[in-house]
Design a protein around this ligand. Sequence first.
Ligand code: AMP
Length: 293
Amino acid sequence: MFSAEIEIMTQPQSLTSIPELRAQIRQWRAGDESIALVPTMGALHAGHIALVALARQHCRRVIVSIFVNPTQFGPTEDFLRYPRSLEIDLEKLASAGADAAYYPGANAMYPAGFATTISLAGPALAGLEDRFRPTHFQGVATIVAKLLLQASPDAAIFGEKDFQQLAVIRQMVRDLDIPVEIIGAPTFREPDGLALSSRNIYLDARQRTFAPDLHQAMQWAARRIREGVTIPDALRDASASISASGFVIDYLEVRDSATLAAPRTAQNPAELRLLAAARMGQTRLIDNIPVGG
Ligand code: AMP
């Protein structure tokens, strides 16, 4: 009688093993339902939820995987302290209308004796993230390949926030003939421009006030390049501004959006992407924007 006032939340199916996942997939396939996969490491925020919404636009069923993948963290990185909040994540997925949450344990993903990894070249060796996280994309590609083989989705959604990762996955799917459509989702930002990230919780209150300066300086650089300032000049000035806000810059570079190669002389800004990684205290932020606006 009061149904209009009641928020109807269907709990997503909890799937914790490969056989459970495959049984659910078989059931949906028997009903001829299309399936989208949204791979995540949990600690879900509005950026992840936007990916779920985009997935729902493409497919009848949406599976969100939650797995903090050890092989994509370097030995000195934050694997152990990476935020984990499964119960809250499941509530968020219920509100977002996801059909299933797939959260296998580490032993299911990497059983004893596991010995195979995906070996990458091309965009994985662009000299951006890979320069600072040399084993990262091998770990990402291996887990994404496994997830795609386990779930055999029609589509998989990845954020442009991790722009090099998206390029690596597109390349892998093309090279290995994995039958899935890879869909990129725009970066979801705070009102002040900071890209949402599970790692933003590492920022203390003071650092949080300076964190949006990275994106603002990037926008400034892109605007100046569009106005005719040379790329080196625009990047030099933006670097100074980012450093003045308290960041230590890992990289700030303009690249071809499609290949991640260095820009050609006088290349059209519409074809270029500005990518950055910078550390604020213990927190490493990444961001990227189109140079063409
Ligand atoms: P993560 O849990 O950080 O591994 O991210 C899971 C997926 O969400 C990846 O495809 C990310 O690119 C994407 N993602 C993370 N943050 C954002 C954001 N702020 N906007 C859009 N997508 C995001």
